[in-house]
Ligand binder design. Structure first.
Ligand SMILES: [Zn+2]
Length: 135
């Protein structure tokens, strides 16, 4: 499994496998912003290929929205080391190789699996890597 530590690695991955064709398997996940994985979707159709999580850095809830977007915006930047990207694993569709970011939002007794397509155009290139501060 790949450990992704900077934006350029992620951009490379996003570009390497980008396909414009329709895919029946992951069609339900193609909404550009974050969404809960639909109950009807078979998570076995996504194969784990990498992670953005870094066990060495502190947990952060800080988000990156320099242009007034919010967590659910379709055009929110994908900023590694910021929440929720710092908790994401990278998956690919077993049929079309499209890349998806995914993390589990823990709420009470269940985990809400959230998914967002990896779009190279939205990956934020940060001048300085963001280092979450220990609180
Ligand atoms: Zn697919």
């Amino acid at each position: 499994m790949l450990q992704i530590t900077n934006s350029s690695e992620l951009i490379e991955l996003a570009h390497a496998f980008y396909l414009a064709s329709e895919c029946g398997t992951c069609h339900a996940l193609m909404n550009p912003g974050w969404e809960s994985v639909p109950g009807s979707f078979d998570l076995q159709s996504l194969k784990l290929i990498g992670t953005l999580r870094n066990e060495d850095s502190a947990e952060t809830w800080e988000e990156y929205h320099p242009n007034g977007t919010h967590s659910w915006s379709a055009d929110a930047p994908i900023a590694i080391s910021y929440y929720p990207y710092s908790r994401c694993d990278l998956y690919q569709c077993i049929d079309c190789s499209r890349k998806y970011l995914r993390y589990g939002e823990y709420g009470g007794y269940y985990v809400d699996e959230r998914v967002r397509p990896l779009n190279a155009d939205l990956i934020a290139v940060l001048e300085k890597p963001h280092t979450p501060s220990l609180k």
